[in-house]
Write a protein that binds this ligand. Structure first.
Ligand SMILES: CC(C)(COP(=O)(O)OP(=O)(O)OC[C@H]1O[C@@H](n2cnc3c(N)ncnc32)[C@H](O)[C@@H]1OP(=O)(O)O)[C@@H](O)C(=O)NCCC(=O)NCCS
Length: 159
């Protein structure tokens, strides 16, 4: 949907159910239990986490969760509605996450991704994440993850 007006908003607990629904649409089933409405609501209330929403023409089109740890930030969730991909929604959410982490004084953003997630890896490489190790059998179903890290002191415009 080129030209769609995009807004980024911090989530409130009342948004948790809608984000859980977006997760069910946009992530593989193996990820759904990690992001049910109750867990999302806890993340929204946590003082060390932030959940940002992408809203395009009143539709929830994406969401991201960042956890602010002692020495780094963790991008724990990033999902864009399948019908709104490749128009910059994910990049906008990532930009918000990066600004939040930098403002908190953190220089490193990391995430873990299913090793088979080609789109996720391409997105991360376009945003200057570097692969920093593979975690065999990381998920409950036995699949592997890769750990990706980005130095927030380096400009993040897509390559
Ligand atoms: C990965 C994801 C968040 C990307 O969101 P998006 O809004 O489509 O991303 P953007 O439009 O901002 O893409 C920015 C750049 O990333 C790269 N990219 C994104 N999706 C890609 C894909 N499927 N294949 C190849 N490159 C891709 C491209 O370089 C793209 O720039 P371009 O469209 O000008 O070529 C989205 O596909 C998604 O929700 N996937 C399922 C959840 C997931 O994998 N989450 C983990 C994310 S790290």
């Amino acid at each position: 949907m080129p030209g769609t007006a995009l807004r980024l908003l911090p989530a409130k607990p009342a948004h948790a159910a809608a984000v859980a629904q977006l997760v069910r649409i946009g992530l593989p089933a193996s990820q759904h239990p990690r992001w049910d409405a109750a867990r999302l609501a806890r993340r929204i209330r946590s003082p060390n986490s932030a959940l940002v929403l992408a809203v395009s023409d009143r539709y929830l089109t994406g969401a991201a969760v960042v956890d602010l740890l002692t020495d780094q930030a963790q991008l724990s969730l990033l999902v864009v509605h399948p019908q709104y991909r490749r128009i910059g929604v994910g990049s906008a959410l990532l930009g918000w996450v990066e600004t939040t982490a930098s403002t908190a004084g953190l220089f490193t953003l990391q995430l873990k991704l299913e090793a088979s997630n080609g789109a996720g890896r391409a997105f991360c490489f376009a945003h200057q994440f570097r692969e920093r190790g593979r975690l065999p059998s990381f998920y409950a179903d036995g699949t592997a993850a890769v750990r990706l890290v980005r130095d927030l002191r380096v400009n993040s415009e897509p390559a």
